[in-house]
Design a protein around this ligand. Structure first.
Ligand code: BLA
Length: 311
């Protein structure tokens, strides 16, 4: 099963039929994130010893309720890597990529995060090495992982402008090099996005390669809790939920979110969403369904060129 899926992924970079020919206009239906996945798996295989995750058997491929969309899931593990997983969705009108790599709790290395949502009218993208710990309060952590990456971030920040206001709570999960952008379909932008994806991914592998595993139990615990908090946030409030529920129904979508996309929720900790984010508690003790309590903010990029938070 893994093989057949991978073959599909790997065959696509060789058949770049969508590539721009001189004078040809850009057809949105031609967008595909398959080459992103193909690159990511090849690069990971070059860098480390990937083996299929036990999750692969359960989460492989799904067809949407209306029969029009296929969801493809791939998952692996490797030394230092708890989970490397991908979900892509392709329909006639929409293409989605949700790609993430989570380190083992011995490492406080950031989480690789690429989320792209494309239709014929827009592309919504978050590409980042999401910090595990607070980069606004903990300068040591920020400097350790992001100082040397600022030039890379700045290069793409100029090419992929800030996407405008967003759920304010999301910001503490983002790093000073986050690429949060929206753009209308264009081959040039799509090429820039692919290049950014490759560069950020390679940068992430550099970080994990150099990282030395923590041996102090309380540090490991703190990494574990930080990752659990991140997973808990995304499994509950990620902007893709509504679309996933529409595609595969509420039950399957919950299952996909908790057991595949944000796997680790049941293993890395036992605190609940409301333990981490009590401001979402309704009077009757349930979780407020709003995505944001504070509201949307940050019309402009809230970091300066040195990566200082100015929001
Ligand atoms: C929109 N996706 C967004 C937005 C963000 C993200 C910031 C803008 C809306 C907002 O402000 O919340 C992405 N937010 C993230 C990420 C983190 C975060 C990656 O906090 C990490 C910490 N997006 C997906 C998938 C789908 C998807 C899988 O990743 C669909 C299956 C869809 N994202 C999607 C859609 C929108 C969106 C439809 C626009 C709708 C909206 O603004 O709510």
């Amino acid at each position: 099963v893994v093989l057949s899926t991978s073959v599909g992924v790997f065959s696509s970079p060789h058949s770049c039929w969508w590539r721009r020919r001189k004078g040809a206009s850009f057809h949105v239906s031609a967008i595909s994130y398959k080459k992103f996945i193909g690159f990511a798996l090849n690069e990971a295989k070059r860098q480390t010893h990937l083996v299929p995750s036990p999750l692969q058997e359960q989460f492989n491929s799904m067809i949407s309720v209306d029969g029009k969309a296929e969801l493809q899931m791939l998952s692996f593990q490797a030394p230092k890597i708890r989970l490397l997983r991908s979900m892509s969705i392709e329909t006639e009108v929409m293409q989605v990529l949700d790609f993430a790599v989570f380190p083992e709790p011995e490492f406080d290395v950031p989480i690789f995060c690429a989320n792209c949502f494309s239709t014929s009218s827009t592309n919504i993208v978050v590409l980042d090495l999401n910090p595990l710990h607070d980069v606004i309060g903990r300068r040591d952590y920020k400097d350790r992982y992001y100082k040397s990456l600022m030039p890379l971030g700045l290069k793409y920040v100029e090419l992929l402008p800030w996407g405008g206001k967003l759920t304010s709570e999301s910001l503490k999960f983002f790093s000073p090099i986050v690429l949060w952008t929206r753009f209308s379909p264009s081959q040039d932008r799509f090429d820039i996005l692919y290049s950014a994806f490759m560069d950020y991914y390679k940068a992430w592998f550099e970080l994990i390669k150099q990282a030395v595993g923590e041996t102090d139990a309380s540090q490991i615990m703190s990494n574990r809790e930080a990752q659990h908090r991140y997973l808990t946030w995304r499994a509950e409030k990620d902007p893709g939920h509504r679309m996933l529920t529409k595609l595969i129904g509420e039950r399957s979508s919950k299952e996909l979110l908790r057991n595949f996309l944000f796997n680790g929720i049941n293993e890395l900790g036992s605190r609940t969403f409301l333990d981490y984010f009590p401001e979402y508690c309704c009077e009757d003790g349930t979780i407020n369904e709003k995505r944001s309590i504070i509201g949307k903010s940050f019309e402009n990029r809230p970091w300066d060129k040195r990566g200082e938070f100015i929001g």
